[in-house]
Design a protein around this ligand. Structure first.
Ligand code: IFM
Length: 432
């Protein structure tokens, strides 16, 4: 199967374009979180780095805000750090809140619309010590933070993303051992963590609407395009369906439809079935070729520097499947690629945007992951996804060609022949 190449030049219509980020990956500082503590354990992070350094955004936030303006981005997804805002149970840091208020005010002053994420993989250390999302009481503890955050920012923010990628968080931490708390094969724990995150989203959806009736609320669901490695092999086909259900579809039913299947422990008393979203948030990166209960990929396909298949058609197919069951506006809350030399990112952007606008689906927004190269969790500083290059020594930021390309697309409201010839025509994907 090959990538269906979109036309060289195309209009993006009303699609709004921006970038996304997460506090732990950019801010830096000695914040007492599960990720700081995990990174302190030898051997957990590929290059031994820590979120203590990240990109220095906490000090350089106004430089990064200026970059949003320079690139002409229309929307920006940023997170606020629970661990920073609630360093001790029930005690909120008003200075940190003031810092975020200043940043969000500056973002809005540029005409850029903020979408704020309330949980992006990071927990306060005190919450982690209580057993984190494995415990039923986790939901109430997090909702206390949500009440504080939304109540304190409601005059500046109306668009909220409750939870980022609950499946990746739970899988990374409890099955694959790459995320805190670093456990492997802990399937019963995985189930509890997913259940509690799903309840947390549904309850936050309700709570935010109670606090701010006009809010737009959703979550960022990591969706993969699962395909049988050998489509003629019935076991591969069955496993592709099973993987897909365990990884993403069961959570879609719980978090979008408010219907908790048995695999997630059945219907909780506190959640009423019915829609729990105002937009469909999709984080899409790649396709998985299935021959067993683990990630795999097809041979001889275009790949990123992390060896993830580049498969733009998959973005449309996961969005179509989700939208058929849960109709609504589609916001691509993340899409991007690890490209160390920026030698194929413009083509990646061209091909994904082209697939979206040619699909006939109601894609309203596209948040590129990410703005500035950032700290990529267990990969540390080794996996650059940014539109803007970061010098890790000096923290100097330099816009890449792919950033210039995306800026041009936003300004021209599409890919023009000139943009294509300047940025895309000379780029090819590596095939492995
Ligand atoms: O960096 C991450 C992000 O935090 C969540 N989604 C995937 C990105 C790339 O791995």
């Amino acid at each position: 199967m090959s990538i269906q190449t979109p036309p060289r030049a195309f209009s993006i219509g009303d699609l709004r374009i921006g970038a996304a980020s997460a506090p732990t990956q950019i801010e830096g500082g000695d914040v007492a979180s599960n990720w700081r503590d995990f990174a302190d354990r030898p051997g957990t992070i590929k290059d031994g780095t820590s979120p203590r350094w990240a990109t220095g955004h906490w000090e350089r936030w106004s430089e990064d805000t200026a970059l949003l303006g320079e690139l002409g981005l229309q929307i920006y997804r940023l997170g606020i750090d629970w661990a920073r805002l609630e360093p001790r149970p029930g005690v909120f840091d008003e200075d940190a809140l003031g810092h975020y208020r200043q940043e969000i005010t500056a973002i809005r002053a540029l005409g850029v619309e903020p979408l704020v994420t309330l949980h992006h993989f990071a927990n306060p250390s005190w919450f982690e010590a209580l057993g984190a999302w494995e415990e039923e009481g986790s939901v109430e503890l997090w909702l206390r933070f949500v009440r504080f955050a939304v109540g304190s920012l409601a005059d500046l923010v109306t668009q909220w993303c409750t939870v980022n990628e609950p499946n990746v968080y739970a899988g990374g931490g409890y099955v694959f051992g790459q995320f805190p708390p670093g456990r492997s094969g802990a399937w019963p724990a995985l189930r509890r963590v997913m259940r509690h995150l799903a309840i947390a989203h549904c309850r936050a959806y309700q709570l935010i609407h109670d606090l701010q009736p006009g809010a737009q609320v959703g979550f960022a669901h990591h969706l993969r395009d699962f395909a049988p490695l050998n489509p003629r092999n019935p076991a591969h086909r069955a496993l592709a369906r099973a993987n897909r259900y365990i990884f993403q579809d069961a959570l879609s039913d719980a978090m979008l439809g408010g219907r908790f299947p048995t695999i997630l422990g059945g219907q909780p008393r506190e959640v009423t079935p019915g829609p729990h979203y105002d937009y469909l948030g999709i984080n899409y990166y790649s396709r998985t070729a299935v021959s067993k209960l683990a990630d795999g990929r097809f041979p001889e396909v275009p790949v990123s520097d992390l060896d993830w298949e580049i498969w733009p058609n998959g973005l449309v197919s996961v969005a179509r499947d989700l939208h058929e069951k849960y109709p609504g506006p589609i916001w691509v809350t993340e899409n991007g690629t690890c490209d160390t030399s920026d030698s194929f990112r413009a083509r990646f952007l061209h091909d994904h945007l082209g697939a979206m606008v040619g699909s006939g689906l109601p894609f309203e927004r596209y948040y590129h992951w990410c703005l500035v190269d950032n700290w990529e969790w267990a990969e540390g500083q080794t996996a650059p996804f940014g539109l803007v290059h970061l010098n890790w020594e000096t923290h100097e930021r330099t816009i890449k060609d792919s950033g210039r390309f995306l800026a041009g697309v936003i300004a021209a409201r599409g890919v023009t022949q000139e943009l294509y010839d300047t940025f895309v025509a000379g780029q090819t994907y590596q095939v492995r």
